[in-house]
Design a binder for this molecule. Structure first.
Ligand SMILES: [Zn+2]
Ligand SMILES: [Zn+2]
Length: 314
């Protein structure tokens, strides 16, 4: 039996009421999430077309600010703080960081972190890694969130990967896709309303409102989805591999992706030293998420910041 089917059989047996002995063809273990796909495809297409028709400088500035807040929430927060525990912050700040990441609408920390830990555990093993380019570019960039593997999207299974986060009632409360939809909807409305009031027209400026709706509400989420899609795809395909990594892991460093998404493109460094808060290990490897953590450390808010002790590989 091929490795992918073996892995899936083991996992399916753990699903309550799941089929441990059935025929494991791909269609049976995966299900297309129709509402999610419709919303994702619609908002993605809209976010790629509408910015050409609706533009204002305040909307662009707001987009840059919101991309930074939510992008750092995901990179310095969801990824380096929650998934790898690369540093420690006071609980109030952990919640703030969590909310910054959550507003990117990539689900709550339980699911996100579970998927990421699964990715590190089974890097580039088809059928086990939730997103590897070995299952195709569409799958790694988008498809794995639309066509959902039962063993990956089962709440009981993925929560086992995040016992540290699953003890926190707030994080558990956030682990609910209906809340993601509601938050996204609210975000779109709030963007529209704020945009209307910062416009130049007297009273409510409808054009400015639509600009904010498009740039802050729609485009920010889509840009971050693509940015993380690039980490999952390009950073396991195109770039340099200064460090040998274990198993099937084919992670690479890609400076362009690092520039787009706060230093996360130094992905081979990261797979070699997953606990390190710093991914850009050389002075020229720009790593804004690390600069943010470094700043938190300097002002006494980040403690127990973990860095590589010794270099391995090339
Ligand atoms: Zn990776
Ligand atoms: Zn990681």
């Amino acid at each position: 039996m091929p490795e992918m089917e073996t892995a899936t059989l083991i996992d399916l047996q753990q699903i309550p009421g799941g089929d441990g002995a059935g025929r494991l063809v791909e269609e049976e273990i995966s299900k297309l999430d129709v509402p999610f796909t419709v919303i994702n495809v619609t908002t993605t297409v809209a976010a790629l077309i509408l910015p050409f028709f609706f533009f204002s400088w305040p909307a662009l500035a707001a987009f840059v600010i919101f991309y930074t807040i939510t992008g750092l929430g995901l990179t310095a927060g969801y990824h380096r703080l929650f998934a790898h525990r690369s540093y420690v912050v006071p609980m109030w700040l952990e919640y703030v960081i969590c909310l910054c990441g959550y507003l990117a609408i990539q689900r709550g920390p339980l699911f996100w972190v579970a998927m990421h830990r699964l990715h590190h555990k089974h890097s580039d093993v088809p059928g086990k890694d939730p997103h590897t380019p070995k299952e195709g570019l569409w799958h790694v960039h988008f498809g794995w969130t639309q066509k959902r593997r039962k063993d990956v999207w089962n709440r009981t299974l993925y929560r086992r990967l995040v016992p540290d986060l699953a003890r926190n009632r707030f994080y558990v409360w956030l682990d609910d896709e209906r809340k993601d939809y509601a938050t996204y909807f609210l975000l779109l409305i709030i963007s529209f309303v704020i945009g209307g009031f910062v416009g130049e027209a007297p009273g409510f400026d409808v054009y400015s409102a639509v600009c904010f709706f498009v740039w802050v509400g729609l485009l920010n989420r889509v840009a971050l989805l693509h940015a993380f899609g690039l980490i999952n795809s390009v950073c396991h395909l195109i770039g340099t591999r200064p460090y040998k990594t274990a198993g099937h892991d084919e992670s690479v460093n890609n400076g362009l992706v690092a520039l787009l998404i706060f230093g996360e493109g130094w992905h081979n460094n990261h797979h070699a030293f997953p606990a390190s808060a710093r991914h850009g290990l050389r002075w020229y490897q720009i790593d804004p998420a690390w600069y943010a953590i470094w700043l938190l450390k300097k002002i006494g808010l980040a403690k127990k910041v973990r860095l590589p002790k010794k270099r391995k590989g090339a």
